[in-house]
Design a protein. Sequence first.
Length: 399
Amino acid sequence: MAWPFSRKIEVKEHPAGAAFFSPGGPAWSRQSNRIAYVEEGYQLNVVVYRAVAEITRSVSDLVLEVVANGEPVENSPALDILARPNPTQGWDGFITEAFTNYLLTGEMAIARYPETGRIAELWNLNPLYLQIEPGRSGIASAYVYDQNNAKKTFPVDRLTGKSQVYFQKMYNPLDYWRGQSPLMAAGIAADTHNAGMRWNYSLLRNSARPSGLIKLAADAGGEVVARLKEWFKAAFQGEYNAGQIPVLPAGAEWQAMDNSPKDMDYTTTQKEAAKLIASAFGVPLPLIDNDASTFNNLEQAKERLYTDTVLPLFNTFLSQFGAWYLPAFGQGLSLRVDMDRIGALEGLRTRLYDRMLKGVTAGVLTVDEAREAIGYEPLGDAALKEDMVKAMGLLAYGK
């Protein structure tokens, strides 16, 4: 038969793909557990919220370039779409939502519209409502978005992995199809921090007084104890009854418990929990705890946030997202961050410049080598000699 029937199709698959295939149905995200993580760990925990906000705010400040053959492409339509991904969001809101999902669930999902041809819009999908249909090749066979009793299935090409949905996950050693988030690793620390906040809040509601006990006469019956307990609940519990003085019947004695915040080591526990949470997300503590920050270490913390967390996370995203997104705008294109536009790295650039200058002065580096290291085009031997002569005042302008 004539082509295409005689064409040999190259099959691409994971060598152990069958081991990841679950014939029982889709790979669920354990939705109820992950919703609880988001509610308790993010919406009710100020440290997690601040850590996520620091990362996403830094990500949204990055300036992108479309690059071809190592050179920026001016006026690329790919950047126009990213500047306004959809009618309701600009780049800041869009990428903040995507990375908030990524940090809280270990996954991000972005859908393009239309399904084929030139991309006109990009929309975030919440991974909490995303099912993954496993495939035997180690590539998902479909993504199913199921929210508010409405399902939308996005098929995946089993050979190339291409889909209308861009899906990225953090590595999860216990689940091939679903990601693991930093929030999961910080779960116990976040629970500890929340428990400490609740304990302190309860203490404050009771006028910062710990619980106590009532000593009764030996012959007090169960009915007396029950009535006294109910009376204390009505008369002394709650913020509006804080500070009330108990008046007890004859034969009863109030004894306050001695568990003070100092005895419970409340402050130390909260600070240690905050450190662990910040460490799980890769956010330096001075950016979260104002007591731990000074002007100098705040600058260093911002620099470390970019170099150790934001840029590695974002560059991983750019390489994978670019491979999915950019082919619709042409071949040989890639995305990169304009590093010179990151204000927090000014100190890093200054230190690099100083090192290159010392290297040239010591004769270890040529001027061209130093220029290339700090991101400038080489001048070439002739231009270098002329610049050196000018700098020495031996060649006047206009001659």
